[in-house]
Write a protein that binds this ligand. Structure first.
Ligand code: FO1
Length: 313
């Protein structure tokens, strides 16, 4: 089994490449749920849904989240009643939120509801929420506001200066069923090129997950989401400084610290390899097309293979 710690779009692009290299049924993604929110009484899971839509080939190509061929008739009707519409929910997307919310109300855990959604979209990669418990990534701004991640990212367009990030509810959260097994049973564990602060750290904040990774026999391979000091998308370049991390491939490797056994960075950052304490590979990590994503996956697996063979039997 290959287990991938995953956020949203960057992880989805990587998984699309990985499943061209190994059978999808051998891949499990442990997915961040800190972005999740309630809107109009519905439970929305942006990272789980983005990965599902990408792997099912139905993601909105420009937005890279939400559905292709989408319409917003329902959202328009809700505006008629004055409901806020800063978080756009399309008509097709609402179908997933309605089903998931109905199932949660029937007492089905998020992990089981997620399996129903991926099965309906014929996605063979196993998607596991990091936890079935309700947790929320909260952003504390320098001017003293406490914002839900989506308020910060979507409504405020990541404009406010960030003082800190926390995963509210983490202390009471438990790994979802299958998460610890996916870590223990993995031959390779990959930290996808997701936002280190609000996607990967929020997975690691669920008690037991970081510890399981430390005990895992599989090598843990990190992929830098920072290329040439910049993000491909999102706002990691604004959050890394807020937690004292350098906005660079070497800075991300240092932030992950002893979690990693190996690191993969982009060719433009080759000169940083000697600053990274674990074995490092340099390759093209800009996954504009699935061939690059597949080659990146091969590089991760090759590095893991080198590390595994180095381990005394
Ligand atoms: N991102 C936006 O920038 N604007 C939106 O209105 C928006 C709505 C939305 C609805 C469902 C969904 O699954 C994702 C959505 N996103 C939107 C993207 C989302 O904020 C981010 O993709 C993740 O939370 C970060 O990975």
């Amino acid at each position: 089994m290959i287990t991938v710690l995953a956020g949203g779009v960057g992880a989805a692009r990587f998984l699309r490449g990985l499943t061209r290299v190994v059978p999808a049924a051998q891949v499990t993604a442990v997915v961040n749920v800190g972005d999740d929110l309630e809107r109009f009484g519905l439970r929305i899971c942006p990272d789980l849904d983005s990965i599902t839509y990408w792997l099912a080939g139905v993601v909105h190509p420009e937005q890279q989240w939400g559905r292709a061929d989408e319409r917003h008739v329902v959202a328009g009707e809700l505006e008629r009643f004055g409901h806020e519409s800063w978080f756009t929910l399309g008509d097709r997307d609402l179908g997933v939120h309605l089903h998931r919310t109905m199932r949660l109300r029937e007492g089905v855990p998020l992990s089981a509801a997620t399996a129903e959604v991926t099965r309906a979209f014929e996605v063979e990669v196993q998607l596991l929420p990091a936890t079935d418990d309700t947790v929320e990534t909260r952003i504390t701004t320098v001017d003293g506001r406490d914002l839900h991640f989506q308020e910060y990212w979507v409504r405020e367009r990541a404009a406010p200066e960030v003082a800190g990030v926390r995963l509210a509810g983490a202390e009471a959260a438990r790994p979802a069923p299958g998460v610890l097994e996916a870590i223990a049973d993995a031959e390779v564990i990959v930290v996808a090129p997701s936002n280190p602060v609000v996607s990967i750290d929020t997975i690691l904040a669920v008690p037991g997950i970081r510890e399981a990774l430390g005990h895992a026999t599989a090598p843990v391979i990190g992929i830098s989401p920072i290329i040439g000091g910049k993000v491909v998308r999102g706002m990691a370049h604004r959050l890394l400084p807020a937690i004292g991390a350098e906005v660079s491939a070497a800075g991300v490797a240092a932030h992950y610290g002893d979690l990693l056994d190996g690191m993969v960075i982009d060719t433009v950052d080759a000169d940083q390899a000697d600053r990274i304490e674990v074995p490092t590979r340099v390759t093209d990590t800009v996954m504009d097309d699935p061939d690059v994503a597949a080659a990146l996956a091969r590089t991760c697996l090759a590095l893991a293979g080198d590390l595994t063979s180095d381990v005394p039997r």
